[in-house]
Design a protein around this ligand. Structure first.
Ligand code: SF4
Length: 339
């Protein structure tokens, strides 16, 4: 089955590869590792459509990893705003620094794995796509395709070990980068979560899940646990057409980002802190936002014609608020007050 599956898939990829700004055409020399790495970090937990404009902005502002490494961290964090999962941006900065210092990206999966922010998946993807090394690349798309090809009955996450072993079985020695990207394309365009298009699939003859008549049942999922819901408050402090913004502490949720002051909510508990100013607060409504491990209900409190809050912060003009690089949560809060 090994040769057959990868040959069939690569043939299909030669005619159907998605054209993406960080990619080389099938069979062409590999793309710049900087572009591969940047796209893979951006794509973690985000869609291709959401990533494209961010990717274009980053590579036109910082065309090389050295230029990215030399950029002020605030600029990078602000350019990242809206992509979410801000620890990725902090690791991006750290990793760019290390790579620039060592004079380029390492080529092996093992060495790539040692760079900040590169987990097993990203290290394998960069090794395969940028350096054409044989590496077993398993993201959520590949996981789904492989679970179906082999009709793996164990539920996730227990099934991951079996999925990885099965993926290793079908990964070819040559064109490992194209193979990885072909699997991703198959997963995102044909072998989709709810509605796999088996009639268009180059692997339909190999697929055991298809033979069961209900391929969408795979990968089998363990029942979901509900996410905890945390309560918090954010404070909109306005004076003379400007709003008071603070910078969040470097570590923790949304660390290093500009933000509205809040009451210290976190993944572990509700916010209990005091408001940053005395006086009367008016409720502007509630913003709901879902993070990886919890949901947040953020009540937005407003004071206009406010006095100067104590502590560090800055008055940001309301008419350029979209340039402040606020994370999505606080953009939602600002919209609530200003719309
Ligand atoms: S035959 Fe259907 S279920 Fe199997 S890999 Fe192809 S699209 Fe997915």
């Amino acid at each position: 089955m090994t040769a057959t599956v990868s040959d069939r898939l690569l043939d299909w990829y030669d005619g159907h590869a998605r054209d993406l700004p960080w990619r080389a055409r099938p069979g062409a020399p590999p793309p710049d590792p900087y572009r591969v790495w940047l796209s893979e970090i951006m794509l973690q937990q985000t869609t291709v459509a959401a990533v494209k404009p961010y990717f274009e902005t980053f590579v036109s502002r910082w065309p090389t990893v050295e230029e990215l490494a030399a950029a002020p961290q605030e600029d990078i964090m602000a350019a990242w705003a809206g992509l979410g999962y801000y620890s990725r941006a902090r690791n991006l900065v750290k990793c760019a620094g290390e790579v620039a210092q060592r004079g380029g990206f390492p080529m092996t999966e093992g060495e790539l794995r040692e760079l900040p922010g590169l987990g097993a998946y990203t290290a394998a993807a960069v090794a395969a796509i940028a350096f054409d090394r044989r590496a077993v690349v398993v993201d959520a798309n590949v996981e789904r395709v492989v679970a179906r090809l082999f009709a793996i009955e164990d539920p996730l996450p227990v099934a991951r070990k079996a999925i990885r072993a099965a993926a290793a079985e079908i990964t070819p020695e040559k064109r490992a980068g194209d193979f990885a990207q072909a699997m991703m394309d198959l997963g995102s365009g044909i072998c989709t979560t709810r509605d796999p298009k088996c009639l268009l699939c180059p692997l339909s003859a190999d697929c055991r899940a298809r033979a069961t008549g209900d391929p969408a049942r795979f990968p089998v999922k363990a029942p979901k646990k509900a996410k905890p819901v945390r309560q918090g408050r954010a404070y909109w402090i306005e004076r003379e057409n400007a709003v008071w913004l603070v910078r969040r502490e470097g570590k923790g949720m949304l660390g290093g980002m500009r933000a509205l002051p809040d009451d210290g909510w976190s993944a572990r508990g509700d916010g209990l802190g005091e408001p940053p100013l005395d006086g009367d607060w008016e409720g502007a409504g509630m913003v709901r936002h879902t993070f990886t491990h919890f949901a947040l209900e953020l009540s937005v409190q407003v004071q206009r014609d406010a006095t100067q809050p104590s502590g560090e912060g800055e008055w940001w003009p309301l008419d350029t608020l979209n340039e402040a690089g606020l994370p999505t949560l606080f953009t939602k809060a600002a919209r609530l007050v200003t719309s």
